[in-house]
Ligand binder design. Structure first.
Ligand SMILES: NCc1[nH]cc(CCC(=O)O)c1CC(=O)O
Ligand SMILES: [Zn+2]
Ligand SMILES: [Zn+2]
Length: 341
């Protein structure tokens, strides 16, 4: 067995152990990045409500607010001026009584998402609009699909409904649809729906292909009011130890015709991101730094355990290192500033 390159035997000074010459200058340190963080990689999550004048902070998500359409446009305008390229929309229906078993409100033409798509499209023609597609914000039970009487997911009805919602968002002007339920077969139904609607050629299907069920979605569920009233999502979203299952889910969504791949959460799942980079090498890989990850970094910064800006760079550089090309991040407004400095 060989532990040492042969030529080193002639060099007792171990010249190959001297690495610091490669990073002793700030510019050199940047040259060591295979890829640099860039404004065009960032996708900003927006919570949109059906109360047009609402602008409401979310206590567990520092600096993030829920917006009604009237407040959304000026807010997004400020970010577009700083270089924002893409957003992902999450609907938050607040009107009492709109939630039902089937999530009917998800594609209500007067509902928050379709209204937001239309206003954003009109005001910012170049903004790339992705819509999260899920039923959990709209169902009375808070699950991501339609349920059988025994509370388990009715796959057939769920994916049909999710596909119908995705098509409505694309018809309203969304550039991309991102189904986040993880129910088998929804990518195929969405693609077929887009094809029948004549929209498949201009809609990017970005699947949450490896979405793990876990402890990091709490602040989001506060923001969106989408916590399941009974049970959890463990029967349709992956167990945290499920590396093999994650691979199979990535392959499933590629076979069903997805265009892009999201891995979520990110920081605790960088091995899965790296695996996706190999397994889905012909697809753009997107990391979603979820609400819990974001909130934890803020909490640590408030306790002076970390410096917020440095830790945010470190985390996001980790996503790129693992193989991500896109990042859904609540830090997007900060990065638009930081990357301008
Ligand atoms: N299914 C909807 C959805 N899409 C993205 C997130 C979470 C994002 C975050 O925590 O920032 C969720 C919530 C969930 O699965 O409970
Ligand atoms: Zn050996
Ligand atoms: Zn959901």
């Amino acid at each position: 067995m060989v532990h040492k390159a042969e030529y080193l035997d002639d060099h007792p000074t171990q010249i190959s152990s001297i690495l610091s010459g490669g990073y002793n200058h700030p510019l050199l340190r940047e040259w060591q990045h295979e890829r640099q963080l860039n404004k065009n990689m960032f996708i900003f999550p927006l919570f949109v409500t059906d109360r047009p004048d609402e602008e409401e902070p979310i206590p567990s998500l520092p600096n993030i607010k829920r917006f009604g359409v009237n407040k959304l446009i000026p807010y997004v305008g400020g970010l577009v001026a700083k270089g924002l390229r893409a957003v992902i929309l999450f609907g938050v229906p607040l009107k009492p009584g709109v939630k039902d078993e089937e999530g009917t409100a998800a594609d209500d033409p007067e509902g928050p998402v379709i209204q937001a798509i239309k206003h954003l499209r009109k005001n910012f023609p170049d903004l790339y609009i992705i819509t999260d597609v899920c039923l959990c914000e709209y169902t009375s039970h808070g699950h991501c699909g339609i349920l059988y009487e025994d509370g388990t997911i009715n796959r057939e009805l769920s994916v049909r409904r999710i596909a119908a919602v995705a098509v409505k968002y694309a018809q309203a002007g969304a550039n991309s649809v991102a189904p986040s339920d993880m129910i088998d077969g929804r990518i195929r139904d969405i693609k077929e729906g887009l094809l029948s609607a004549g929209l498949a050629h201009k809609t990017f299907v970005m699947s949450y292909a490896a979405k793990f069920s876990g402890n990091l979605y709490g602040p989001f569920r506060d923001a969106a009011g989408s916590c399941p009233s009974q049970g959890d999502r463990k029967c349709y979203q992956l167990p945290s130890g499920g590396k093999g299952l994650a691979h199979r889910a990535l392959i499933r969504d590629m076979n069903e015709g997805t265009d892009g791949i999201i891995v979520k959460p990110s920081t605790f799942y960088l091995d899965i991101v790296a695996d996706a980079y190999q397994l889905c090498k012909d697809y753009p890989i997107c990391c979603y730094q979820v609400s819990g990850e974001y909130a934890m970094l803020h909490a640590a910064a408030e306790k002076n355990i970390v410096d917020l800006k440095s830790i945010a760079f470190e985390a996001h550089q980790g996503f790129l290192r693992a193989g991500a090309r896109l990042i859904i991040s609540y830090f997007t407004p900060e990065f638009l500033e930081w990357l301008s400095e």
